[in-house]
Design a protein around this ligand. Sequence first.
Ligand code: FES
Ligand code: FE2
Length: 401
Amino acid sequence: MDLTGISTWLNARPAGHSLPQGLYTTAEAFDFDLAAIFGTSWLLAGFEAEVRAAGDYLSFMVGRWPVLVVRGRDGTLRAFHNSCRHRGSILCAPGTGTGARLTCPYHRWTYGLDGRLLAAGRMPDDFDKGAHALKPVHLESVAGAIFVCLAETPPDITVLRRDLTPLLAPHRLHRAKVAFKSTLVEYANWKLVMENGRECYHCATGHPELSRTFPVTASEYFDLEADAARAFDQRMLTLGLPGGPAGEDWWQAVRFALNPGTVAMTTSGDFSVKKLMVEAGGGDIGSLRWAIEPNNFCHSTSEYTFCFNAMPVSATETHVVATWLVHEDAVEGVDYDPEELIHLWTQTNLQDKAFAENNQLGINSPGYTPGPYSPEAESLTLRFVDWYCARAADYVARAAA
Ligand code: FES
Ligand SMILES: [Fe+2]
């Protein structure tokens, strides 16, 4: 990959400003992002609740790269490149499923759940099955959340494991089930989808439903100086619910209070699920927001965990995969109405889709030049873009060396 153009764009960005046009619009920048960002980062792939039993698998695309997460007979989760060692067909279509083995649909080469090649018909006697196992992808599970990394040598995840585990543990993701999962196609660069998802400058007018419960005018998503925030933190500690903040440059987690008079992040502000994942405090525990660069944020409330993943498809197309987890014993139609459960974030995502697509259309204009972020209202967007630029520059420098 010729990185001269990328370098020029990175160097042309004025500090505190949005990115130069080419980084949002070109196939060159998209290929670069896949290699430099998605190919080197820990990515939140899904949840243990999606692959509970031996043989359960989760298949998904990271850009053009198909990845497979499988629960083995020994209960261990493993990740593989979803590419047959015969002639490269994918083994499982994107989505979830179950099988005692992984059989390629093309010529029926068959792999164990641990990736070993078990059977390959009509191959010569001296064919070495041992040399044709599925290629592994790094996988780490943290408090029920599954992370994968496609790099040969992944970044250090020990601080995330150490600091996120106590925050997430009370939310019992191991005892969760997927109540709903959806994919929204957005015609915008993945970075625009994320920039939008990292600020609430647009929320007060753009998200009437979210604004009811979400403190949309806070300069960040929490204000550690405010008396109300301190009282909330104190109440959470007495309930045994640590709230952070925790994080490194590539992730953040903090528990924050919802707007006064509301107890759940729903359209009404009341609970939408009867069986709570966290019963402490009667479920009035605000939301634990945890966000992982490059492409994710989650909200863990007492009744659900909502996960937002922006999956890059092309320079100007992104698929937003939304997942709602609830208590594993909550019965649809009895303990929750799925429409009510998903309404708030579905509306919010549709509103954000319009913002991101309009943003892309305007950035395509010859009149576009990078504009300044509000240091107060867009601090987390600036943090995301600065992180992106630092990672990108680092990749360019290492490629040059
Ligand atoms: S490509 Fe998988 S068996 Fe031929
Ligand atoms: Fe938004």
